[in-house]
Design a protein around this ligand. Structure first.
Ligand SMILES: Cc1cc2nc3c(=O)[nH]c(=O)nc-3n(C[C@H](O)[C@H](O)[C@H](O)COP(=O)(O)OP(=O)(O)OC[C@H]3O[C@@H](n4cnc5c(N)ncnc54)[C@H](O)[C@@H]3O)c2cc1C
Length: 372
């Protein structure tokens, strides 16, 4: 029988596995995909996540595989700044910086550090039942028994649906394309994440490595059709956007709905705990979904240092994490709504210029400060 089973080898499950490994705890991790093949293009690991990777001895590796980002700038369609957040001071204070990285590179580092042989790929959980301990049944016919289970199986979590029977997935009414491309970005954008706000649409881009950049584009769902051409959607944006889109191979582009999970009352039950998107998926407007999954793993690890009883750990874990996570889910939804306005967007962009940078920095620090 397994002592600890983790369902899902996404960023949350892999981070937790790294934390458990550091504490020399025995665990098994099960992933439905036939190989560790991340969905999506790039991702930003903010200072909160990077502090945790530092404690795991992975910070420098991740920095080398990605690109350090010292600021986030929101602009209008013409790439004129309307809001800036410079994080150099926070970087000094927390001895870490934001890193933009290809998801494949990040997951490779996390998976290799625990040892690829620890990850049972091709194990899609079909059924989980609690008797005196957990009985797990996988699509490939394998069955496993386990004392403790972590559900790190994402927003559609089978673990959550079958054992906690809660959670409503909310559609934010926006379509999001993500892409990555080898592209020679002008130097002024090398250390900044850029997001351009237009009328009912947004375009963001960030350098991820020496050669490549990651971009995303959002439109309100009511304007979406299967044959929508992004070049014509963004023809009124700065020419750089069209250059990036034209250079991107179609096979490097994915399309998703923007969704989140309505806050659920409890992330745990006896000997079982959800982490990451399975517990509290957020819209991506603050770039914090995966960072929060990593914080979950970190807090579980900190509690394991002083507690022996898992049910106490899970209870305390939720008590520590709840406030920050709820704040992020709520605020991210709000930012998503405002940034996609179709009316009043010019006034919005005008007024944004008056928000002092100190306000953005304060908001930033609230998010990147670890709770323990
Ligand atoms: C457009 C967009 C941009 C984003 N940008 C950022 C960003 O810049 N920074 C950031 O921090 N976050 C970002 N996020 C959020 C981030 O992608 C998620 O929050 C993060 O991936 C959640 O990690 P997770 O491990 O909890 O879940 P997931 O990544 O969903 O991983 C779950 C894993 O479980 C596996 N699985 C699912 N069901 C089963 C099953 N039945 N049996 C076995 N395995 C199963 C899946 O295959 C998967 O590998 C973004 C999200 C989107 C949509």
């Amino acid at each position: 029988m397994n002592s600890i089973s983790i369902i899902g080898a996404g960023i949350g499950g892999l981070s937790l596995a790294n934390i458990l490994k550091q504490q020399t705890l025995d665990f098994s991790i099960y992933e439905s995909a036939p190989e560790i093949k991340p969905v999506g293009a790039g991702i930003i690991m903010a200072i909160n996540a990077m502090q945790i990777f530092d404690k795991l001895g992975l910070k420098e590796k991740i920095e080398r595989a990605g690109n350090k980002i010292h600021g986030i700038t929101i602009t209008d369609e013409s790439l004129k700044s309307i809001s800036k957040t410079n994080i150099l001071e926070l970087e000094k204070k927390y001895n870490s910086c934001n890193v933009a990285i290809h998801r494949a590179s990040l997951q490779k580092i996390l998976a290799e550090n625990i040892g690829l042989e620890k990850i049972q790929t091709g194990h899609k959980l079909l059924h989980i039942e609690k008797k005196d301990h957990f009985h797990l049944a996988f699509e490939n016919g394998n069955t496993v028994e386990s004392k403790i289970v972590f559900g790190a199986d994402g927003i559609q979590s089978k673990v959550r649906n079958q054992l906690l029977q809660t959670g409503t997935i909310r559609n934010a009414g926006q379509k999001c394309w993500r892409g990555w491309v080898n592209f020679d970005l002008p130097e002024q954008y090398h250390q900044e994440a850029m997001e351009m706000w237009g009328k009912g649409k947004r375009f963001g881009f960030v350098k991820m490595s020496d050669k490549s950049l990651y971009w995303y584009a959002l439109v309100n769902e009511k304007h979406f059709s299967q044959d929508l051409n992004l070049l014509s959607v963004f023809k009124d944006f700065n020419g750089l956007v069209l250059e990036i889109l034209q250079a991107t191979p179609p096979e490097h582009i994915i399309l998703n709905d923007i969704t989140d999970l309505s806050p659920i009352p409890k992330w745990y039950s006896e000997h079982l705990c959800l982490i990451g998107d399975a517990a509290h998926a957020t819209t991506p407007n603050m770039g914090q979904g995966a960072c929060q999954a990593i914080e979950d793993a970190y807090i579980i690890g900190e509690l394991l240092k002083t507690h022996k009883e898992y049910d106490k750990i899970f209870q305390e874990f939720q008590a520590i994490r709840r406030k920050k996570v709820d704040y992020i889910v709520r605020t991210s939804r709000k930012i998503g709504e405002i940034s996609q306005w179709e009316r009043g967007n010019s006034i919005r962009n005008f007024l944004m210029r008056f928000i002092p940078e100190s306000v953005n920095q304060k908001l930033g620090e609230k998010i990147i400060r670890l709770e323990k």
